[in-house]
Design a protein around this ligand. Structure first.
Ligand code: WTA
Length: 654
């Protein structure tokens, strides 16, 4: 795609300045923000060094700030030593040992509160258990767990001993789990018997067993948390119950002091080609932007209760659940289940019951809950809320206004935060006490983040509202360090487009007259379903792995609630299925993709044809497929198609 294809149609002019009362008690007031921007502009490295010195605890201070000698593998604060878990927990114990760190609510309503001291003790016990099971610094540990405090404890325990975790979302299938375990070369899997979601049990141990049976040769032990208590099988010698292991362990565990650049975690995410890639993050640089954005963007203060609804299987659940808010000594809420159990009021009931003050969720959730009407939120007392956030995809102004009026009662600023798995933390977002918001815009870059919109030649686009490539022009502390095991893919994906100069985000964007950024969508073959990234290639590979499928092309179409829906065009071996056979085949293929990747990747529509529209050089005409998927009139020239009839078939007209 070239920048000529990136056109913008949406113009939204409403503005919402921060309320005076909010600004009066906010951490960052307009003058503070101005000073931060000025510092970053005058002395970029000095700015980050000061933040790193004041926001993190260092066992050994760093003397070097940014090291570009291996660019684009940038390194930050490289000769410093620290520990992420110490920064998230131990350093608060002096004054805040009794402060609640985690308020947990299970889907069935069970509630548990954990203080910072208790969190410390549990993390230490589990860290000692990991060591007792032979886990060493640098080992990879895969975590495949329900959304429980133990998921955070497992992550923190890995960080404490310098093991590199890779969390796999519990909704991913056994196949996906196996692929990630093997790519990471993990020696341990931490899972649970199951989790509660949507009134059902998510069979995590059964899926883990299936992954093991399919071949995970590097795994030595599987640790199993008892959560649901239902029957599962345990394999002698390999599988160990969590509670059996932690029982006798000491509640002290000296942190492993690691180099600032020591990898903290890998998190697999979709790209346009090949299998999901293991995004590798550092320790200090990652934690720095994590803690700063929790303070700057979420304005977290001592009395706040922060609920980010993301699962720890996604980057949002890393930076705004497991690490950042704890490093900021906040109280977080963790909820295990679905927003619809027992009804669509669950989120709002949790906000009332636990007096949530800062609430962060995805546009897809907002749209789904908005559809159910105002009665659900209106049943609950939402007066504890003071700040709202969104992440994961562009929010449409209608959903933004509903969030603003019905949830925030026109009192709470909304922070629309643009960032990615790769950036580790917010990049472009309002500072709630200092920046006016506009529905649908993530506003302007944070201090120290040099984001811009450029054309094909890498030149800044100065014309207002003209679309281009979203780039970040200088390295920043929390950026990914590489793709695990594939440095070349890291360079090709993120740095080759502009000759190594800029980080290419993969999104298109425009800037309006005020310099506000508006994200317009992806420029690659990544689609965003319910805020979750999926590569169209991944879904295509899953489809063609089915014995009846000869060829498949996957595109997206807009979806009212999910943002984007998946449309698959499928060519079968043998006769094209029609009628009842087609209906049965659609069902089978949807289930198949669910097993290959996970339920989120199941296509919404599947259409069968005798061939795919291709150019003479044999390239699938994806743009045409998109037009068909959107149900729009075809304006492209299709006269060069070998078989124009397939277009009618794909449209469902023949
Ligand atoms: C999209 C999620 C518009 C974008 C944190 C990005 C957004 C991708 C926003 C990253 C936003 C994220 N407005 N689009 N506020 N936030 N995106 O890695 O396309 O799961 O590239 O990280 O989500 O998705 P990821």
């Amino acid at each position: 795609m070239s920048d000529k294809d990136i056109s913008s149609t949406l113009i939204e002019n409403r503005q919402f300045p921060p309320a005076k009362e909010f600004t009066a008690s906010a951490r960052l007031k307009p003058a503070d923000l101005k000073a931060l921007h000025k510092h970053a502009a005058d002395d970029y490295e000095g700015f980050w060094a000061e933040q790193a010195r004041t926001q993190l605890h260092w066992k050994k201070p760093f003397s070097q700030i940014l090291d570009s000698s291996r660019a684009p593998h940038y390194q930050w604060f490289n000769d410093g030593e620290m520990n992420v878990s110490y920064n998230c927990i131990d350093r608060h114990l002096d004054k805040h040992a009794d402060k609640t760190a985690i308020i947990f609510e299970g889907e069935k309503g069970d509630v548990r509160q954990i203080s910072y001291q208790e969190l410390h003790d549990e993390v230490c016990q589990f860290a000692n258990s990991l060591k007792a099971s032979g886990i060493k610094k640098g080992d990879r540990v895969v975590i495949y767990m329900p959304m429980t405090p133990e998921a955070v404890i497992a992550m923190q325990a890995c960080a404490r001993i310098g093991a590199i975790h890779s969390v796999v979302f519990g909704g991913f299938s056994a196949e996906s789990l196996r692929d990630r375990i093997n790519d990471a070369g993990a020696v341990m899997l931490i899972t649970a018997d199951g989790g509660h979601r949507g009134g059902k049990i998510v069979e995590l141990k059964a899926a883990s067993d299936k992954a093991m049976n399919a071949g995970c040769p590097s795994i030595q032990h599987v640790l199993v948390l008892k959560r649901t208590g239902h029957d599962i099988s345990m394999q002698d010698g390999r599988d160990i119950w969590w509670h059996d292991l932690v029982n006798d362990q000491a509640t002290q565990c000296e942190p492993e002091w690691v180099n600032a650049e020591h990898p903290l975690f890998l998190l697999y995410t979709s790209g346009s080609t090949g299998k999901p890639k293991g995004i590798q993050h550092s320790s200090a640089g990652y934690l720095l932007n994590a803690v700063l954005t929790n303070l700057w963007v979420f304005d977290l203060q001592d009395e706040d209760t922060f609920w980010c609804t993301a699962d720890v299987g996604w980057i949002t659940g890393h930076t705004y659940v497991a690490y950042g808010p704890l490093a900021a000594c906040s109280t977080i809420v963790i909820y295990e289940g679905a927003p619809t159990v027992p009804d669509y009021g669950r989120f709002w009931k949790i906000c009332e019951d636990h007096k949530v003050s800062v609430f962060y969720t995805a546009p897809t959730a907002i749209r789904a809950l908005m559809k159910m009407g105002d009665d659900f939120p209106n049943k609950y007392d939402l007066s504890s809320l003071r700040l709202l956030g969104t992440v994961g995809e562009p929010i449409n102004p209608e959903a933004w206004m509903w969030y603003h009026k019905v949830i925030g009662k026109e009192r709470c600023p909304i922070v629309d935060t643009w960032w990615q798995t790769e950036t580790g933390a917010h990049m472009i977002s309002p500072i709630p006490g200092a920046i006016s918001t506009k529905p649908g815009s993530c506003t302007i870059p944070l201090p120290g983040i040099i984001a811009d919109v450029v054309n094909d030649d890498g030149e800044s686009i100065t014309e207002a509202n003209k679309g281009g490539y979203l780039v970040i022009k200088k390295p920043f502390p929390s950026m990914l360090r590489t793709v695990w095991g594939d440095d070349q893919r890291y360079i090709d994906t993120y740095f080759s487009k502009f000759g190594g100069k800029y980080y290419l985000a993969g999104d298109s964007a425009r800037k309006d007259d005020d310099g506000y950024f508006w994200i317009m969508g992806r420029i690659d073959d990544v689609i965003n379903v319910s805020g979750h990234r999926l590569g169209t290639m991944e879904v295509e590979s899953a489809l063609v792995a089915h014995p009846r499928v000869a060829e498949a092309a996957v595109v997206s179409r807009p979806h009212e609630v999910k943002g984007e829906a998946i449309v698959a065009f499928v060519i079968c071996n043998g006769e094209r299925p029609v009628g009842a056979e087609a209906v049965a085949m659609v069902k089978e293929l949807r289930e198949w993709v669910g097993e290959q990747i996970g339920a989120i990747a199941r296509p919404d529509d599947i259409r069968f044809a005798e061939g795919l529209p291709k150019t003479r050089s044999g390239k699938i005409m994806r743009r045409l497929l998109r037009t068909i998927a959107h149900g729009e009139e075809i304006t492209q020239d299709i006269s060069t198609l070998e078989n124009e009839g397939v277009v009618l078939q794909l449209q469902g007209k023949a």
